[in-house]
Design a protein around this ligand. Structure first.
Ligand SMILES: Nc1ncnc2c1ncn2[C@@H]1O[C@H](COP(=O)(O)OP(=O)(O)OP(=O)(O)O)[C@@H](O)[C@H]1O
Length: 225
């Protein structure tokens, strides 16, 4: 799915990440952990091609990112759903319209997808909030709306950057359950998080691998988590 070979990234002041070699296999479930500022978001940005590695190789779905045309990149991005750390919405649009935005942007008629949209909002527990405006949502509702928007195009890979950052532990568990369900449907999932409790909870339900970023490297964490 996504493969990095000796990849590095630097923002201009020396390598932020270096010598990263790993594969995110189809259907795998990874956590990405490490101290604040270690480079978790940077790593995810390499995985969804917002950033291009400054050294080494990144392959997406079997193709080297550097050799990809704009169309190839757009196609590959459609296969990746991203839940951003600061999940932003268009404030003047309802939750339903915000969640449907990727459909609208890619030329689909959201009216034709009304049933899917309703089903998705029900699945994340927001059917009763579909007409609300984003600023009327609680933190946990915002995160679930962001997750719904990330998966509306039915991506193969879901990258979630601190999806439980601003919510209580009950809501964290609920979000985690949604991500586990997606993984059970065959989606590849990567979650950046500081919450070890979340990782432990997932480990009891799915086969997870924990990646830890420290000293610019991404390594597989030990089994002691
Ligand atoms: N656009 C940028 N230009 C320069 N430096 C940046 C840029 N974006 C991030 N950085 C720096 O790169 C480092 C890694 O940032 P990143 O956001 O990837 O870390 P993180 O592990 O996700 O942190 P957190 O857990 O706090 O979200 C930080 O020191 C950050 O200040």
């Amino acid at each position: 799915m996504i493969e990095l070979q000796n990849a590095a990234y630097n923002y201009g002041g020396g390598d932020m990440l270096s010598e990263i070699s790993l594969k995110l296999a189809p259907g795998s479930f990874h956590f990405l952990t490490g101290p604040s500022g270690a480079g978790k978001s940077t790593f995810l940005k390499l995985c969804y091609m917002e950033l291009t590695a400054t050294a080494g190789q990144v392959q997406m779905f079997g193709k080297d990112v550097r050799g990809m045309s704009r169309d190839d990149i757009a196609r590959a991005r459609r296969r990746i759903g991203v839940v951003h750390q600061d999940c932003r919405f268009l404030d003047h649009l309802s939750v339903r319209k915000n969640v449907a935005l990727p459909l609208t942007v890619s030329g689909h008629d959201p009216a034709q997808e009304a049933d899917n949209l309703r089903e998705l909002l029900t699945w994340v527990g927001l059917d009763h909030r579909a007409d609300a405006l984003p600023q009327e949502l609680s933190g946990g509702e915002r995160q679930r709306a962001a997750l719904a928007r990330a998966i509306i195009m039915s991506p193969d890979v879901i990258l979630a950057d601190e999806p439980t950052g601003n919510v209580d532990s009950e809501m964290s568990q609920r979000l985690l359950q949604l991500l586990i369900e997606l993984n059970k449907m065959g989606k590849t999932v990567v979650i950046a998080t500081h919450e070890l409790a979340l990782i432990r909870m997932a480990k009891s339900q799915v086969n997870t691998r924990v990646l830890r970023i420290a000293d610019r490297r991404v390594r597989l964490a030990g089994a002691d988590l």
